[in-house]
Design a protein around this ligand. Structure first.
Ligand code: B12
Ligand code: SF4
Length: 470
């Protein structure tokens, strides 16, 4: 029996880890998770748990902190195998493997590569010959880049192992649970990892996959979730499937939250969502300028569709979470102001505004590098801060002020006519304060009196670790 310890930074359930853990436990291995940003805590936890493998899920921006944690773990416990996974790792395997602390990187789906590794630790298999794993062999100074395996049949996977978080009362006790019902997306937006991911998965089987409705319903029932938060790229991969699933969810008496593209919605779907208990739909707007959707973002939207569907959500009592990106290559300050105006026009209940974050393998990151707006080695510096631009922007100070005033202006649209003047005033600290206060208002609104959420979110921001050092 091998022991695998996962270290994650955010105070939420990670569906990917819960699935890997479920597969490992199904085959007799042991797993645990530590939520922390602190290298010291990770070292102490490793000393107590004595894992064979430590797994680090990592997104772009948090990888630098993950590397620090992994370095400390490696120094203190050199026998441990440090395994990185997640989207950043999949696209930046070579760079990660340059770091002494990283032994292996999982490219793509992690359930069965991690199982094979755990089995190999028990003597059943060869550690450096596992499909999907890139393995460093320090004694030869080489890296074994194994081929990728076929994509999983999602119905054959066990249900997510929610017991992984049993020591984190705020996660375990929360009746809002994250679910994954499918993988893949047919679109190729220029700022998103999906296009490169599709290329990586070519020849490995069907890219867009959905679990059967029966399988999803059985997991929801077993989890006891009161709020089902389906966090996949888009709920509407297949319209007929979505309608069937919604019909099946109708009788469960749960609240539902989903993500969808604006152009996938219409009145029939919205009514079906409402009847299934849907309280929130998360739609990416990215920009309020139709021309930029087409010319830069590769999103096939129209103003008419977006405005109509936002209005329909309102009519049917479903809250709209709307995320936007500011300061992406090709956008001007005036365009960003239009985005704020659009958020107001749509009546977004939960608007989100973040500066463009360069993710590896996306067309927009490549454009930014090509146009000299971003250095090619940006990944050595990029962090988790969405409040400051990572690429060179004309009128940077005004952009930063606009970002800080954006949510305030959506909350109090009467200030929109002053926005052009306000962003010229050097009142950075005051605007920062206003931004924090406005975010707090939205946060309390979004929590819908869910105490778990109210505590979980600040914990996340402060990177506190309640589990302690068992
Ligand atoms: C659910 C979700 C969340 C959840 C859970 C996050 C998580 N890490 O699981 C929450 C709300 C916490 C979240 C927050 C954020 N997210 Co998010 N999130 C998603 C979403 C929509 C689904 C992820 C998911 O559950 N997929 C289903 C599971 C089964 O797949 P998976 O996570 O990819 O995991 C598989 C493999 O990647 C691999 N794997 C993953 N981790 C590991 C670890 C090891 C050790 C191994 C071996 C393998 C492995 O094996 C897993 C099973 O096959 C994705 C989009 C997507 N579809 O991937 C974005 C996505 C991962 N998020 C993203 C971002 C940017 C964020 C935030 C930074 C947003 C923000 N502004 O705060 C934070 C960062 C949080 C974090 N540290 O992960 C980006 C990452 C881009 C990038 N280049 O890194 C994505 C890809 C969205 C996007 N289209 O850009 N997110
Ligand atoms: S942003 Fe959404 S719709 Fe666009 S490619 Fe990514 S997951 Fe698909």
């Amino acid at each position: 029996m091998a022991k695998v310890l996962f270290i994650q930074r955010q105070y939420f359930e990670y569906p990917g880890l819960m699935l890997i853990s479920a597969v490992l436990k199904q085959h007799g291995h042991e797993t645990d998770v530590l939520i922390t940003s602190s290298p010291k805590r990770a070292v102490r936890r490793a000393a107590k748990y004595m894992p064979d493998v430590v797994g680090y899920p990592c997104t772009t921006g948090e990888h630098l902190q993950m590397l620090k944690i992994a370095s400390s773990v490696k120094q203190a416990h050199p026998w441990v195998i440090n395994l990185f996974g997640g989207h950043h790792a999949a696209f930046m395997a070579d760079q990660l493997l340059e770091n002494d602390a990283v032994d292996m990187v999982c490219v793509g789906e992690g359930e069965y590569p991690t199982l094979d590794l755990a089995n190999a630790m028990d003597g059943y298999g060869v550690i450096d010959r596992i499909l999907n794993l890139q393995v460093k062999i320090p004694s030869y100074g080489t890296i074994v880049r194994n081929d990728l395996r076929q994509l999983n049949d999602l119905d054959e996977l066990p249900f997510a192992d929610r017991e992984l978080y049993k020591d984190y009362a705020l996660i375990y006790g929360n009746t809002e649970k994250i679910f994954s019902i499918g993988r893949g997306c047919p679109m190729s937006c220029s700022f998103c990892y999906v296009k490169r991911h599709k290329e990586q998965c070519r020849g490995l089987g069907k890219y867009i996959r959905l679990r059967s409705v029966e399988n999803v319903i059985a997991e929801i029932k077993q989890s006891g979730a009161g709020v089902v938060n389906i966090r996949d790229e888009t709920f509407m991969l297949n319209r007929e499937y979505a309608l069937r699933l919604l019909a099946a969810l109708k009788g469960l008496g749960i609240k539902l939250k989903i993500s969808a593209r604006f152009d996938e919605l219409d009145e029939e779907i919205i009514i079906a969502l409402r009847d299934a208990g849907c309280v929130e739909v998360n739609c990416g707007l990215e920009s309020g300028v139709e021309r930029l959707w087409h010319m830069i973002l590769n999103k096939q939207l129209s103003d008419e569709t977006v405005i109509r569907n936002a209005a329909l959500l309102k009519i049917h009592g479903i809250k709209l979470f709307c995320s936007t990106i500011m300061g992406f290559p090709g956008e001007q300050l005036g365009d960003a102001m239009k985005t704020v105006e659009m958020l107001i026009e749509l009546g977004a209940d939960y608007p989100a505004v973040g500066f463009f974050h360069p993710y590896p393998g996306t067309a927009l990151t490549d454009t930014a590098i090509r146009d000299g707006l971003l250095e090619a080695d940006y990944a050595d510096r990029v962090g988790m801060d969405y409040n400051t631009p990572y690429i060179k922007l004309k009128s940077k100070n005004r952009y930063v002020r606009l970002k800080r005033l954006a949510l305030f202006t959506v909350l109090f649209p009467q200030f929109f006519c002053l926005l052009g003047i306000m962003i010229r005033l050097p009142l950075g600290p005051a605007y920062k304060m206003l931004d924090v206060l406005t975010r707090y208002v939205y946060f309390v609104r979004k929590s819908e009196k869910n105490l778990f959420f109210l505590i979980q979110y600040p914990l996340n921001k402060l990177h506190l670790d309640l589990k302690g050092d068992r």
